[in-house]
Design a protein around this ligand. Structure first.
Ligand code: URA
Ligand code: CA
Length: 434
């Protein structure tokens, strides 16, 4: 087989066979095929698209390029959840104990990430003593006993995707639905999930700004998942404003505690119930989505969900007393209120700008090695549709810096306050099954 023939075949719009795709992925992972040939192929794929079989074959070739997590020692149907990312997305911290409280095994591998705030692992590390490094047998044992454990990413998962993603980044080929879908799904499948619930975000703060693009990506991922024998569904949800009210690591842990007790912000609460019901249903713990939702509401109401969060924290060495006394979490030295400059209704909150404001305080990493300040971040006091008076607080800044003038400026720019009537912002756009 010659790489040049494979590039020409795709350039001319023909579908590649499984053997050809395996040849490319193996050869590239082993440094036998050079970057320039894979760049040319990526550009051909970008323009010529890929069939469903090609997408599944590419995904599985990337899965097989490295380690695969074996969760077969864990009882039950392991359901994983993935979000395409956004600002202030606290859902994993809530969903993991929430569905575990119903007996759904949550064997979660999570990242740190380079976003506006840390990843789930960083957020958990704002709990004193919490261990994110567990060996395989301990991890499996904890999930079997408590139905929940979360570890930091380790091992050599999907090296082909790592290499290809970096190459796409510098060859203007990131923005391709089949390539994005295969990239994300390869990582989920290599992590060992039996079933997958995807939260595909759309809006100004999302990777997919446009609803139709988000739907196409969701459909592509669902097809790959189901094609690879993993029951997969996708929820399309809004990211035109940050999710919930808290953006920051310890602040989001506090928000997760409130939400698990049924006192969370309306949008975060609703999204967790929507995603959670899909997870419970796929794990075969309810006979319908409606039934799953009732069960989840029950465990929030009865206190079982928050008890599960305590058990989870304690079993990984963390200080579970933060649940009853969140003041034990890292706290910033200064709280500064950002005031509305005029009266009216909030019509827009540019999520990306709010994220940047949080990262300027030190809530996120600028580079792979930078340190996160777990205590800092933002708490929104007004969301889209809320009425606001001039001089009223729209956001509280939690900072360890004294001078936050630039952060205030950023927040003022992110908010639009208008004189007209309130607008409503949709949260869930659709659920994609196939
Ligand atoms: N996120 C991924 O993991 N891969 C992509 O290709 C794009 C976004
Ligand atoms: Ca939040």
């Amino acid at each position: 087989m010659r790489m040049v023939d494979i590039i020409a075949k795709k350039r001319d719009g023909k579908a590649l066979t499984k053997e050809e795709i395996d040849f490319v992925v193996e050869g590239y992972t082993n440094d036998e095929i050079p970057d320039y040939q894979v760049s040319a192929l990526a550009m051909a794929l970008y323009f010529q698209d890929m069939t469903k079989d090609e997408r599944v074959n590419l995904t599985m070739a990337m899965v097989e390029s490295g380690d695969q997590i074996d969760l077969s020692d864990i009882d039950g149907i392991k359901v994983d959840k993935h979000s395409t990312g956004g600002v202030g997305d606290t859902t994993t911290l809530i969903l993991a104990p929430l569905v575990a409280a119903l007996g759904v095994p949550v064997a979660k591998m999570s990242g740190r990430g380079l976003g506006h705030t840390g990843g789930t692992i960083d957020k958990l590390e704002s709990i004193e003593g919490f261990q994110v490094e567990l060996d395989g047998p301990t991890f499996n044992k904890l999930v079997n006993e408590n139905k929940i454990a979360v570890v930091g990413q380790s091992g050599n998962l999907t090296p082909a995707d790592k290499k290809l993603y970096s190459l796409r980044d510098v060859t203007a080929t990131v923005n391709s639905i089949p390539l994005i879908a295969s990239s994300i799904m390869s990582k989920k499948i290599a992590s060992g999930a039996d079933a997958i619930v995807l939260d595909v975000k759309t809006g100004s703060g999302a990777f997919m700004k446009d609803l139709d693009d988000a739907k196409a990506l969701a459909k592509a991922m669902v097809e790959i998942g189901n094609g690879a024998g993993r029951n997969t569904i996708a929820v399309i949800s809004d990211m035109n404003q940050p999710l919930g009210l808290a953006i920051g690591n310890a602040l989001e842990v506090k928000e997760a505690i409130d939400t698990l007790q049924g006192n969370g912000p309306a949008d975060l609460h609703e999204l967790c119930l929507t995603l959670g019901s899909q997870m419970v249903y796929l794990a075969d713990k309810a006979d319908s989505i409606e039934h799953a939702r009732e069960l989840l509401e029950d465990v929030m109401r009865s206190g079982k969900a928050i008890e599960k969060f305590k058990t989870f924290i304690a079993s990984q060495g963390g200080d579970a007393s933060i649940v009853d006394d969140p003041s034990r979490l890292p706290t910033a030295a200064n709280q500064i209120e950002v005031k509305a400059k005029k009266s009216g209704y909030v019509t827009e909150i540019i999520a990306d700008e709010i994220g940047v404001a949080a990262s300027m305080l030190g809530a996120g990493r600028m580079t792979k090695d930078s340190e996160i300040d777990l205590a800092v971040g933002l708490v929104l006091k007004k969301k889209i549709g809320d009425a606001v008076q001039e001089g009223e607080t729209i956001v509280t800044i939690h900072s360890n810096q004294e001078n936050v003038d630039e952060v205030i400026e950023k927040i003022q720019q992110a908010y639009t306050i208008d004189g007209k009537s309130p607008i409503t912002n949709e949260l869930i756009y659709s659920v994609i099954h196939s």
